[in-house]
Ligand binder design. Structure first.
Ligand code: GLU
Length: 301
């Protein structure tokens, strides 16, 4: 029997320039795909114009290209995907698995923003749409790096938004529709999305879509233990610093530094990384301090 095909992806939101944390996810997902002789795709998650920075998507793609990360298929832009998200939403509504919700943030303040049933004091012209999550819903999955995971989605998350009251598509719906449409078998990304995964698995089940394998890499943390964030402009990567940034990301992935020592250009570094990558060395933590030369594991953030 031939081995299952492997298709990975990197899916940045264009909310700012790529930084060391984004590079860790890009490099980790690319190396795991190459190691499995699989494909690797790029997707621009441009779903939320108010949070986006003009020109950021193009700049991200240019920088990835300079580093040698090129998509094996044309880049998918989420702003072109509304019809697919609308079709998925219609399916969920028709199956009675999703519902229109008139609750405002203020209405849900008493339950910490968690929606368990509608408590709206008035109807709004632009209701959100939520997935119905039974109160006793628990989702478990096995993360490729972080091990067995369990979330009581009914208690911790509640009925979650699929289309926002402002008409924008929620990340959870779009990511599930697009991972399936692109045939992604392996989602490799930062550990900040570990707790989104059960919601994505619930949506896959509700839409009869396959569940990919998941592997969550450690998040890079600043000196205060906070996640580096694109929208803060944290340590923006630039072409001139691409090579040292790749070397730092390689070490942060637990790999022995020497194979990249002699690379003179990012492309050579990436080639050497593909040849020497050992997935068994990936750090099994959810957070790493980002200090470039002496990253070490932190406790769970
Ligand atoms: N677009 C998300 C981000 O930039 C990543 C989503 C994902 O990998 O599922 O953080």
């Amino acid at each position: 029997m031939s081995p299952a095909p492997y298709r990975g992806r990197f899916a940045p939101s264009p909310t700012g320039p790529l930084h060391a944390g984004s590079l860790l996810a890009a490099l980790g997902s690319w190396l795991l795909a190459r190691h499995a002789h699989g494909e690797w795709l790029l997707r621009i998650e441009d779903l939320d114009p108010p949070r986006e920075m003009p020109g950021a998507a193009r700049a991200q793609l240019e920088l990835l290209e300079i580093m040698g990360f090129s998509s094996d298929l044309p880049v998918l832009w989420q702003h072109t995907r509304s019809a697919a998200y609308a079709a998925a939403l219609d399916t969920l509504l028709a199956r009675g698995l999703a519902f229109e919700c008139h609750c405002s943030r203020a209405d849900l303040a008493a339950t910490g923003g968690i929606h368990r049933h509608c408590v709206a004091r008035r109807r709004r012209p632009d209701p959100a749409v939520r997935l119905r999550v039974p109160g006793d819903c628990i989702v478990t999955f096995d993360d490729g790096l972080q091990g067995p995971q369990r979330q009581h989605v009914g208690h911790e998350v509640g009925d979650f938004v699929l289309r926002r009251a402002d008409g924008l598509w929620a990340y959870q719906l779009a990511v599930v529709v697009d991972d399936a449409a692109q045939g992604i078998t392996d989602v490799v990304r930062g550990a900040d999305l570990l707790d989104s995964t059960p919601r994505q698995i619930l949506l896959q089940r509700a839409l009869d879509l396959p569940t990919p394998r998941y592997l969550h890499l450690p998040l890079l943390l600043d000196a205060h233990g906070q996640k580096l964030s694109k929208s803060d402009g944290a340590d923006a990567l630039m072409p001139a610093t691409a090579l040292p940034a790749l070397r730092a990301a390689w070490r942060q992935l637990g790999q022995a530094p020497y194979p990249l020592d002699h690379a003179e250009r990012p492309l050579q570094a990436l080639q050497a990384a593909a040849e020497h990558f050992d997935p068994t060395l990936l750090p099994r933590s959810t957070g790493l301090y980002a200090a470039a030369h002496n990253s070490h594991a932190a406790g769970a953030p």
